[in-house]
Each structure stands twice: as structure tokens, then as C-alpha cells.
Design a protein around this ligand. Structure first.
Ligand code: ACO
Length: 331
């Protein structure tokens, strides 16, 4: 939607990734795959895998702590904590409430959203709406994913793509200087749910010994269809987000896309007219961390000085649902 002037801005970001690095060669030692196959089709060379003792809430809290410190925000000042994850530590209560307790955000309303890889952009969009409605001054958006716990390690066409990690952002009302969220364009299409899903394990198809034996509780993906839909949807959303922000491709200082596949990113950037020199890539080191991928990339780009005051940044995401979206910010 078009914004005459920004209503909310990202004031800080933080990230956390587990220390355990698993390279393509490591995977090739345990399954029938190769570094050449994975890297030539996806651009991925390594990913982080969390240990059993580290859950989504732990990683999310670690990323959020950094974002809060950088914003000089006390946990008690957070009004709303929106957490996106496809890998909650348990079904009840929400992972957001666990993170709230870990951080001590005693005055926040905390809840999970599930929009798969688009979750961070959905969360930011909700935080912006909350702030714009005057319901609070400080929003904490956390995206945390332990994808290694839900991929099927016997399905080489999906398990090699994903990794674990978390990112977070503190969002506050825009201070009137023109910085902030310029546009957001979010969409979903539930008709295409079965392209990327976990068929069982919820209340509709509960866990049984048969379900477990068939691995129906783990991620299933139609890779080629997902690929085609990702390019089409991210390209359309990117176009709309730029249009609504009153920007053209030349105005974009950095594109920070969802890090699923280098070829998807290249096709989206090409469609948008943004040269790859202006596109931030870290999927070679982390793989696809689902909704955590954009905030981790955003945080790395900021830390490396690739985003300066007044820069226009564009993000686009795509994931299970299907869900997709794009956002433009001025930092
Ligand atoms: N190592 C070696 N060979 C493999 C592997 C592997 N890890 N995985 C599959 N193969 C084989 C297949 O068995 C097949 O062999 P066959 O021809 O003998 O049957 C061959 O490689 C080709 O398989 P395809 O699936 O056709 O390969 P494709 O070129 O389509 O690439 C890929 C697959 C990389 C998954 C691609 O379709 C893709 O990237 N899709 C998008 C997936 C994605 O990004 N999903 C996440 C987006 S949404 C989100 O982030 C949650």
C-alpha cells in the first residue's frame, strides 16, 4: 500500500546463527549429493545447524537481545512482540511468549505468526500497522527458524537447501525525517499450499506411527513449481513495492531479498532492473533460513556499512502458503 510519508522505521537489527557449520561436502559424506550439484543449482555452499539443545526461542531471543541493545531499548519498553516461525519449539504456547519470558518484555503483547519465508516482512507490516494505529511505540519483530528439525534428511532434494538462524528488528514511529517503511505489498494464495508443506503432524492429520514412518510430518516440496512461482510472485511484489514507494530501480541502493536460491534472486533482480552488484547475498554461507533470512541479511548488510543514512532498501520474500511480499524502506 502507498504511504505518503513513513509511519514507522526500523531503528535496529540483530542476528544469531548457530556456530555449527555444515558444508556441502559434509552433506556429501552422509547422502548421495555433491557440492557441485547443490552450489550450481542454488548458490548454497554451507548452512548452520543448531544442536538439539538449542530451540527456536533461544535463537530468537539471542537475535532480539542484540537488536534491543543497539536500539537502547529496555525489554520492558516493548509494546508488541511479533514472532514469525515455521518451527515453533512446541504447539502451545507460542514461541513469542517463550521469547518474551527469556527477554523480560513484561509489558508486551506477544504472539506468533506463520507465513513461512515471508514471515519477517509480514511481521514488519503488522508492526507498522500497530504503530500507525497509535497502539504502541516499540515493536519487536523476531524471525527464528530451526529448519534442520523439520526437513526430511532422507530427501536430498530439500534437506540440502535449508539452515537454522534468527534475526530481529526494533520498529518505532518514524521521526518525520523521511526515514522508514515506504511501502509494503503482501500477498498469499492458499490454493498452492501443497507445493511446499508438511502434510501431517497438526490436528487435521495427527502423528501416528504410519505418519512418522512415511515422513509425512516433514517438509515436502515441488521444487520446480516453487521456483517458477517464486520468480513470478517476487517480481510482481517488487514491482508493486517500488511503484507504491514512488521509486524506480535506479533509486534502490541495496536489495536484500529472501535467500532461498541464487537463481531465483538473479531472475527477480533482473526483472526489477536492479544489477546484482546492488543485491545482498549470504545464502552461500547460511542456506535458506526461511523467515530469518531477510533480517539476518539486513543485519549483516548494515554491519558491513552497505546501508547508510538515506539509502533506499528493497526486500522481497516468498514462501509456503504460498505467501509472498515486498517492502521498501528508507534508512
Ligand atoms: N544432489 C544430487 N542430485 C539431486 C539432489 C541433490 N541434493 N536433489 C535432487 N537431485 C537429482 C534429482 O533426483 C534429479 O535426478 P533425476 O534427473 O535422475 O531424476 C535431478 O537431480 C534433478 O532434480 P530436479 O528437482 O529437477 O532439479 P532442479 O534443477 O529443479 O533443482 C531445486 C532442484 C534446486 C530444488 C530447484 O527446483 C529449486 O531451487 N527450487 C526452488 C526451491 C526453493 O527455493 N524453495 C524454498 C523457497 S520457499 C522457502 O524459502 C520456504
Amino acid at each position: 500500500m502507498r504511504h505518503p510519508k513513513p509511519l514507522a522505521e526500523i531503528v535496529s537489527t540483530g542476528r544469531y546463527v548457530p556456530s555449527n557449520i555444515v558444508t556441502n561436502d559434509d552433506l556429501a559424506r552422509r547422502m548421495d549429493t555433491s557440492d557441485e550439484w547443490i552450489s550450481s543449482r542454488t548458490g548454497i555452499r554451507a548452512r548452520r545447524i543448531a544442536p538439539d539443545c538449542e530451540g527456536a526461542a533461544d535463537m530468537g531471543a539471542a537475535a532480539a537481545r542484540i537488536a534491543l541493545e543497539r536500539a537502547h531499548v529496555d525489554p520492558g519498553e516493548v509494546d508488541i512482540l511479533i514472532l514469525s516461525t515455521a518451527t515453533p519449539d512446541r504447539w502451545l504456547p507460542s514461541t513469542a511468549c517463550d521469547v518474551q519470558a527469556l527477554l523480560g518484555c513484561a509489558n508486551a503483547v506477544a504472539f506468533d505468526i506463520m507465513a513461512a519465508c515471508s514471515g519477517f516482512l509480514y511481521g514488519l507490516s503488522m508492526a507498522e500497522g500497530y504503530i500507525a494505529a497509535g497502539r504502541g511505540e516499540v515493536a519487536l519483530v523476531v524471525s527464528t527458524e530451526k529448519m534442520s528439525a523439520i526437513v526430511d534428511w532422507e530427501d536430498r532434494s530439500t534437506c540440502v537447501l535449508f539452515g537454522d538462524g534468527a534475526g530481529a528488528a526494533v520498529v518505532k514511529p518514524s521521526n518525520g525525517s523521511g526515514r522508514g517503511i515506504l511501502s509494503s505489498h503482501m500477498r498469499s494464495d492458499g490454493n498452492l499450499a501443497q507445493l511446499l508443506w508438511r502434510p501431517a503432524g497438526g490436528v487435521g492429520v495427527p502423528l501416528t506411527p504410519e505418519v512418522l514412518a512415511r515422513h509425512d510430518h516433514l517438509v515436502r516440496m515441488e521444487g520446480r513449481e516453487v521456483f517458477k512461482n517464486a520468480v513470478r510472485s517476487m517480481s510482481e511484489a517488487t514491482h508493486m513495492a517500488l511503484h507504491d514507494a514512488g521509486l524506480t530501480a535506479v533509486d534502490v541502493d541495496l536489495m536484500v531479498p529472501h535467500q532461498a536460491n541464487l537463481r531465483i534472486i538473479e531472475a527477480t533482480a533482473k526483472y526489477a532492473g536492479i544489477p546484482m552488484e546492488k543485491v545482498f547475498i549470504n545464502l552461500d554461507r547460511y542456506g535458506n533460513m526461511s523467515s530469518a533470512s531477510i533480517p539476518v541479511a539486513l543485519d549483516e548488510a548494515r554491519q558491513r556499512g552497505l546501508i547508510g543514512p538515506g539509502d533506499n532498501v528493497l526486500s522481497a520474500a516468498f514462501g509456503a502458503g504460498l505467501t509472498w511480499g515486498a517492502m521498501a524502506w528508507r534508512f
